[in-house]
Design a protein around this ligand. Structure first.
Ligand SMILES: [Zn+2]
Length: 226
């Protein structure tokens, strides 16, 4: 029996966060809970939350903490995530969200917060080659395109380069991310939950580093294995 995990993965755009979250959720047999995927789902099904989110995004507004946490709280209260855990992707973004997350996962707590670190120069290269499905948000690259003619393998949507994937815009987003996440990183570091993982190299080797860090932390913190 493979023990589950309650894992948060942080990382700037282009750090390979999505890829690692999928791999880790398979490894630990827990759901990959992605706020991006959930939001897209709510918008697509036109739920009340989805409609509110859509109108905010249309106005160029950010989704407020309350809405994000309402969605995450509902998902993490379901039987599968409550029982075995989760790989959480896209949340928390702020210390307010991190505090709310603690309440949601009480009394278990989050096991570990992984910060995937990749040098900016490499992120630039990755993002410049990135292609995205306009319908479902699936990620591809010029090195790993969809099987058929820039048509999404997942949903059949059109796969394109995002208009805002220019070097200047990427740099701006990276700077903003750094500024926004710094307090969050410190918050988790203060609580002894944070581990920095080198995100360069093959996806396999990055996954091995994360799994190794989780094992090491479990050894150190027995007997709190879920
Ligand atoms: Zn798609």
């Amino acid at each position: 029996m493979i023990p589950g995990v309650r894992l948060v993965v942080l990382g700037k755009q282009g750090a390979g966060k999505g890829t690692q979250c999928v791999r880790l959720s398979h490894h630990y047999v827990v759901p990959h809970v992605s706020t991006g995927d959930m939001l897209r789902g709510e918008v697509k099904s036109k739920t009340p939350l989805g409609l509110r989110a859509q109108s905010l995004m249309d106005q160029g507004e950010l989704i407020p903490d309350d809405m994000v946490m309402e969605m995450v709280g509902a998902r993490l209260s379901e039987r599968d995530t409550r029982g075995r855990g989760f790989v959480l992707d896209g949340c928390p973004r702020t210390t307010t969200q991190a505090e709310r997350l603690e309440d949601i996962v009480h009394p278990f707590g989050v096991d570990l917060v992984v910060n995937l670190e990749v040098p900016t120069s490499l992120v630039m290269k990755r993002l410049a080659s990135r292609r995205v499905c306009v319908d479902c948000g699936a990620n591809y690259s010029t090195a790993a395109p969809p099987m058929v003619n820039w048509t999404c393998d997942v949903c059949g949507g059109e796969v394109v380069q995002r208009e805002d994937d220019t070097e200047e815009a990427i740099q701006r987003r990276l700077d903003l991310y750094e500024k926004q996440t710094a307090p969050l990183i410190e918050w988790y570091d203060d609580r002894d939950k944070l581990v920095h993982i080198n995100g360069t190299g093959s996806p396999d080797s990055v996954t091995r580093r994360v799994v190794g860090a989780i094992d090491a932390q479990r050894q150190a913190r027995r007997p709190s294995v879920p």
